[in-house]
Design a protein around this ligand. Structure first.
Ligand code: ZN
Ligand code: FE
Length: 255
């Protein structure tokens, strides 16, 4: 069993505390800042053992050194990015398995947002901690990698079981939904999801977790092969990759 605690931070970040009760081990995914993490640990009476980082951006590693100093936790991050992840102790690469008590997490390389971006997939817990690669109704901006790299990264996530819960690092769903609707307006599942998200956000509740199944039905970056999206952006004949690249560009320009 795995307990997952969502901790909001900064403007729209989510930090996740993972706790495996048999071993008592606890990890935090992408601690942007330390104060809400320390508060949550105290409230739950959990001791921090690990930081799991997805990538090197400040809103994901910002509290690494402070939490390490406070708790003596070990920091796990991509071998490819060890020079950019503060305090890194354990370097991992694609296919490696990270353990938290009896819970295993598979490391999957997902370059695109950054070149060293990784995600943590828990087959036991049916949970994916995907940082800034996949968002609900969206995907990360291409700061370092190419559209092709991001496309291949998203293909790996698409192939995970539909029931996998998606724990991304930002609450971007409502804004992503506005873009999705602009190119996929007739999709009833998208309309339903946006209605649901609007209500959740109105109550100041998270729209996370989503699931792979829900994203397959609603996320335009998972739907480059969709006939009506292609027709809406005048790209009926192009490759899925070309459509994805164009969708990413359109999203960057979308107000
Ligand atoms: Zn980022
Ligand atoms: Fe971020």
């Amino acid at each position: 069993m795995l307990s997952i605690l969502l901790v909001p931070a900064l403007h729209d970040n989510y930090i996740y505390l993972l706790h495996e009760p048999n071993s008592g081990e606890t990890a935090v995914v992408d601690p942007a800042v330390s104060a809400p993490v320390v508060d949550a640990l105290q409230q739950q009476d959990w001791q921090l053992d690990y930081i799991f980082n997805t990538h090197h951006h400040g809103d994901h590693v910002g509290a690494n050194l402070e939490l390490k100093q406070l708790t003596g936790c070990k920091i796990v991050g991509s071998a490819a990015d060890q020079a950019r992840i503060p305090g890194i102790d354990i370097t991992v690469s694609d296919g490696d398995v990270v353990k938290l008590g009896n819970q295993k997490f598979q490391v999957i390389d997902t370059p695109g947002h950054t070149v060293g971006h990784i995600v943590y997939y828990g087959a036991d817990s049916q949970a994916l901690f995907c940082g800034d690669t996949l968002f609900s109704l969206g995907c990360g901006r291409l700061f370092e990698g190419s559209a092709e790299q991001m496309w291949h990264s998203l293909q790996k996530l698409k192939a995970l079981p539909a029931e996998t819960r998606i724990y991304c690092a930002h609450e971007y769903t409502a804004a992503n939904g506005r873009f999705a609707l602009s190119i996929d307006a007739d999709n009833p599942k998208l309309q339903q999801r946006i209605t649901q998200v609007t209500e959740l956000r109105r109550q100041n509740l998270p729209s996370i977790p989503s699931t792979i199944g829900l994203e397959l039905a609603t996320n335009p970056f998972f739907r480059a092969d969709n006939v009506s999206i292609r027709s809406n952006i005048d790209m009926t004949e192009q490759s899925d990759l070309a459509v994805f690249r164009q969708l990413r560009l359109l999203k960057d320009q979308f107000q």
